[in-house]
Design a protein around this ligand. Sequence first.
Ligand code: FCX
Length: 436
Amino acid sequence: GDALKAKLKDVIVREGEKVKKIRKDYGNVIIGDVTIDMAYGGMRGIKGLVYETSLLDSEEGIRFRGLSIPECQERLPKWHDKGEEPLPEGLLWLLLTGEVPTSEQVKGITREFHERGNVPEQVEAIIRSFPKDMHPMTQFSAAILLLQPQSKFAAAYREGVNKSKYWEYAFDDSLTLLAQLPRVAALIYRNVFKDGNITASSTHLDWSGNFSQMLGFNDRKFHELMRLYLTIHADHEGGNVSAHATHLVGSALSDPFLSLSGGMNGLAGPLHGLANQEVLRFLKKIQAQLPGPQYTKEDLTKTLWNHLNGGQVIPGYGHAVLRKTDPRYTCQREFALKHMPHDPNFKLVSDLYEVTPKVLTEHGKTKNPFPNVDAHSGVLLQHYGLVEEDYYTVLFGVSRAVGVLSQLVLSRALGLPIERPKSVTTEWVEKYIASN
Ligand code: FCX
């Protein structure tokens, strides 16, 4: 934590000066136009937000501080010598500082997470008292709010701390949150789906491995899967609902706990993070409609049309920005090809990959007929026995916290103001058209 904070301090001074100069010298440069369609259309394509931690290319997919997913897999530190997947602790360092950390630096973060990982007892008691039929994402967002009284940012603001120190408190809160989220998330899982017992934290494990163990999974391959999973779901630039919501709430100087909970409520929507749960439900639905394991591509096509004709979207396909197969899908596919090539659910996902883009293209609505991250994640979890799909979005949420909290720290460091875009009414639009 201390090493990261020291590094971050340097980066923040440097970046702060850079941004100041850009705004002073080039503040009036125009970077886009806004059409009436964009204003009605969810602000699609409007460049109206600066978000430092990652950038999405519509063809190539996400880059974290300039690194693609395969580059992150190659360059970020792994878990000991046998590890093959990147550690999310390393991604956190990368997102915050723009630099690839050493193994030692990553170990320092893992240690810090262990030190801060104890969840207040009264919070655990309340989580345990949640009704079992309350959706895991509702529980997760509520649990994050229950952690909020620990906020050092909120306490410092109340004490009248100088603006220039905001980021330090945001950073402190973010580390606390990231340290405690796995325990909170595991508690929800154990409580809703198992007997409520939860393994104590193991300081010899990394953040993902320890989380997996608390969930009740000790297979080393599952730990590797979780390292990959928690890395690739972390960040997808700034305009997606969870990142933007966290950013928006944070811009009011709501502390990181309040901001993250806001972001998680957006992630819980079926067009966003909940799509990973929806994909599993969808796979089960079409499996039931197929004639058996020997189904043909024509059978698959028919079930897809049935679904579409029912007026529903095909979950896991399409994207607001991406126009090609999501590299987060591709790396999960590669994980499956390596570790579970004969898994029947993987076969179904693979077969769908061959059929669905054609069907969606013929359907003629979606701008992107290719799969996104959510089309694949569920079958990997099923393979290792994490079969309760209503829980999947919580895993997405634990990971997404890494990205959105990193940006939140940087937003406070750069002194970004309260967000307040201008809205107009249809009456205003009509008058504007008439007068032009
Ligand atoms: N199946 C059927 N129709 C689809 C579709 C799909 N997978 N994707 C888009 N469409 C439809 C839209 O519903 C829209 O129809 P309408 O004109 O009747 O309203 C039309 O195609 C144009 O939409 P498009 O511009 O291509 O997509 P948007 O930017 O509006 O929406 C999402 C993007 C991702 C919301 C959309 O593709 C979708 O609903 N996909 C399924 C849900 C999903 O997988 N979400 C997860 C996305 C992401 F990876 C994540 O956040 O986790």
